[in-house]
Design a protein around this ligand. Structure first.
Ligand code: KG4
Ligand code: ZN
Length: 363
């Protein structure tokens, strides 16, 4: 039996979790997530300094709650896994330093985990998925397609050259006067809207590379909105519906290319799988579009439960378990010397995409 305490503080969720693995079966013994949405709402986005302070105040209690919920204590924990990047550096410092202190005091190994690896491996915790598979990560800070071939074996096939998709939803909401976080509110407004009223660009559609771009779409939304201002509720609904349709269409084109490439690399796989992760995966239009795409392409569509798709510490504990089992755990010297990394590409080799200087706060 392996029992790992996970800690996640890379953005605006303070989270801790205990996950176990025993003779082939994994179990989430506790999963405590404290969202800071209320603290940031007035600013229309995550404020790094507020986030770091909120993590400092909450983390001890959240770790205690995760241990108590799991009916365990530090003496029974085999290792402490903490997000060490990418993300907002203030929060990362809080989480990693706390994990170092706990691990040192309890005499346990420490694992410095890449947050993206947590997202990438979640489907193995929830669905027992075998390698290899394709991951679409669509969150407030990342829009990536990653080929996941093993623990530590990741290849980024696509990323955004400008805004992350969640960021595009959040900025669109802000322009239209909808509250933060924007994604769910844009989706809600879109339900009553006419998706055919505005024809927004489908960024990158048809491009040979599977990369994403959303800033042109955002500009088109701004121009359409200012051309008809002041906006009625009907206008807002129509813009949201048209925006969402453009996003779904662009995403479908981009992901289709990746599915084709995956097929070409693994022609003998009977049931290849596409996994979605990240908060935007909650969007029903986007989910339905991807489901249909997978059905047509003969792919399994795997969407882990939303609370494990959005930021949480169970995925960090699980990545720790995967690393321990694969013999890829950090040595004590490396782990305790690890300095949080605000940028930390999952595959370590992907070259930066031209123009990708502006990433959102979230991962
Ligand atoms: O994964 P997540 O909770 O946090 C990280 O970014 O790591 O994702 C949050 C993002 C936000 O940008 C939010 O607006 C977006 O996911 N989001 C949605 C929906 N729910 C959340 N976007 C579109 N439709 C939704 N229903
Ligand atoms: Zn994340």
């Amino acid at each position: 039996m392996i029992r790992v305490l996970g800690i996640e503080t890379s953005c605006d969720e303070t989270a801790a979790s205990v996950v176990t693995f025993d003779s082939g079966a994994s179990e989430i013994r506790s999963n405590v997530v404290l969202s800071q949405i209320a603290e940031h709402a007035a600013f229309g986005g995550v404020v790094p300094e507020i986030a770091a302070r909120a993590h400092v105040e909450a983390l001890d209690g959240i770790v205690e709650a995760a241990l108590a919920d799991a009916g365990t204590d530090l003496s029974e924990i085999d290792a402490v896994a903490a997000t060490a990047g990418p993300g907002l550096v203030g929060g990362l410092i809080v989480g990693l330093m706390t994990a170092k202190a706990i691990a040192a005091a309890a005499g346990k190994p420490l694992l410095a985990i890449n947050h993206l690896e947590g997202h990438a491996l979640t489907a193995r915790l929830t669905d027992g998925l075998e390698f290899p598979y394709l991951l679409l990560l669509v969150s407030g800070g990342h829009t990536q397609i990653v080929r996941v071939a093993g623990v530590g074996d990741y290849q980024r096939w696509a990323t955004t050259v400008d805004d992350a998709l969640g960021e595009a939803f959040d900025k669109t909401a802000k322009m239209l006067g909808l509250p933060y976080p924007g994604g769910p509110n844009v989706e809600k407004a879109a339900e009553k809207g006419d998706a055919a009223r505005f024809t927004f660009p489908r960024p990158m559609k048809g491009a040979a590379q599977p990369d994403f771009s959303f800033s042109g779409l955002k500009t088109a939304v701004r121009q359409a909105a200012s051309a008809i201002a002041p906006l009625t509720d009907r206008d807002v609904a129509d813009i949201c519906a048209s925006f969402q349709a453009a996003v779904a269409d662009a995403l479908q084109d981009r992901v289709r290319r990746a599915l084709e490439r995956f097929r070409a690399e693994f022609p003998d796989m009977k049931a290849p799988a596409l996994v979605v992760a990240g908060g935007v995966a909650a969007n029903r239009t986007i989910k339905a579009t991807l489901e249909a795409l997978c059905r047509d392409a003969g792919f399994r569509f795997v969407a882990p439960p939303l609370k494990l798709c959005t930021d949480n510490a169970a995925m960090i504990a699980w990545a720790g378990i995967e690393r321990l089992r694969a013999g890829l755990a950090d040595t004590d010297d490396d782990a305790f010397a690890f300095v949080p990394r605000s940028r930390w590409p999952l595959d370590g080799v992907s070259t930066p995409v031209v123009g990708s200087g502006r990433r959102g706060a979230k991962a």
